[in-house]
Design a protein around this ligand. Sequence first.
Ligand code: BMA
Length: 369
Amino acid sequence: MRLFLFILFLTSVSTGLLAQNEPIDKNATRETVALYQRLKNSMDKGFLFGHQDDLAYGVGWKYSPGRSDIKDVTGDYPALYGWELGRIELDHSVNLDSVPFDKMKGFIREAYDRGGVITISWHLNNPLTGGSAWQPAPGTVASILPGGEKNALYKNWLDKVASFLADLKGKKGEPIPVILRLFHELNGNWFWWGGKNCTPDELKQLWRFTVGYLRDEKGLHNLLYAYNTDRFSSEEAWLEKYPGDEWVDVAGFDIYQRGPSVEFRQEFGKTLGLLEKIAASRNKIPALTEFGFNGLPDSSWWTQTFLKALEGHQLAYVMAWRNAGNKKDGSHEFYVPYKGQGSAADFIEFYKDGRTLFQKDVTKEKIYQ
Ligand code: BMA
């Protein structure tokens, strides 16, 4: 027993000593390492506020240079910008939400130039069936692993993602760091890579193959890798498909409010506690990789629900999902207020709170230097 405890002690000491303060990519560029260290070591400053597709469109407008719903409300841009590559694999010129890829590159450069942080997701089609990301089919993940019938196709898709990512350059020609959010919400059953649609081992293999391909075959060294589940209720559930500490930089989850604020606040707070524990024990960057309360019907949601739940927790960043506005099917979708929206005044209070960081805060920090 004593010997066992001693070994346990030695193991935990050495894990602590080995705890790296750098990205999993040992050849990550200077700016990527700087971003990693900023996210990892400065959570006491507060959390970066992010928004998907922020510069492309908002509620009631599209492609209006310099515009952003967040800026319309607060006078400032978000600190972090989310973009989406779905359909790049098909050589389309616009993504699945109609954002042109060339415009997206411009928005990314613009945000990076003012010190913003970039994260990218990819709702890639089902490579086995040709259906969308939301059309699971048995054997899809297995089919794209090395030796699988669709592995060559998958590599071809990754080549397209890689050339997009390689084309993101700052003013001095330096690659722009990107937090790549692969196979997101992987504990849900809605995507072909998620939940019961593949085994944990298949997903782990796919993750490692993908990271290895982008980093070692394509030579991309401007990436941090984010692993994220949807809402979850135990450490084991979050870890079920986790590919290992040497394959992940950012640990996150997505969560949406769909019921009463009181219940959401409780669940959200509890989940944040779990994530924090996981991230701390594995030396990862904790982040809320997507969140939202569609339509924001609760006028004090930002300060009374969202911020309250975050109290006492540390996160590197949070990212609200997209302000699509009215959609063709008659529904609407938006997760941050636009000017005049019911929660706009409360969002300004949230903006002013010392814990929330927006563009002006990160511009001052000069994260990449
Ligand atoms: C979903 C919705 C869809 C969108 C998809 C991919 O959550 O916002 O409208 O097409 O994300 O961005």
